[in-house]
Design a binder for this molecule. Structure first.
Ligand code: FE2
Length: 166
């Protein structure tokens, strides 16, 4: 990818990177969801996929509104996180149960935190560029991702307690 020429381009590059990050996270979550044993965790992973799809629609809409070709920009950060999640939760994973659940939570939260950083940055860019509507939509998405992460924090207490007793 060529170097960005202005702030607008830095902003749209961020959106395209996030689109790729979301797609990659969604693909690995599809693989991890059936591996979760705790019912609440499984449900959370399913809901999360819906949330990601919704946020991806927002990204596509904002990229198109910026007059950009709606294309992704491969996100290497998420590629690395997906590789870690695959290693710990699939390739070198304990059998389905509390120990695997606790690893799924950890890997999910790493990926989620990447999303919070990216959406938060994109919201700040939109605000600085005077794109108020974009900023509102991106802030709303960031808030939803935060809420999901908060819920996962609570859930991790149950999951970790189950792992400790396993
Ligand atoms: Fe990225």
């Amino acid at each position: 990818m060529p170097a960005p020429e202005d702030f607008d381009e830095i902003y749209t590059d961020e959106l395209k990177d996030l689109w790729s990050a979301n797609d990659q996270m969604s693909r690995v979550l599809k693989k991890l969801t059936p591996k979760a044993k705790n019912a609440k965790l499984k449900e959370m992973l399913q809901q999360s996929q819906e949330g990601i799809a919704k946020h991806t629609d927002v990204l596509k809409e904002l990229i198109a509104a910026a007059g950009e070709k709606t294309s992704k920009e491969h996100c290497k950060g998420m590629e690395g996180l997906v590789a870690e999640a695959t290693k710990h939760c699939i390739e070198e994973a304990p059998k389905k149960g509390p120990l695997l659940d606790t690893l799924i939570v950890a890997q999910y939260q790493r990926m989620t935190h990447y999303g919070i950083a990216g959406f938060g940055t994109a919201a700040a860019y939109a605000e600085a560029l005077g794109k108020t509507e974009d900023a509102e939509k991106l802030k709303a998405a960031t808030k939803e991702i935060y809420q999901g992460d908060d819920y996962m924090n609570q859930l991790s207490q149950t999951v970790n307690a189950e792992a400790e007793g396993a």
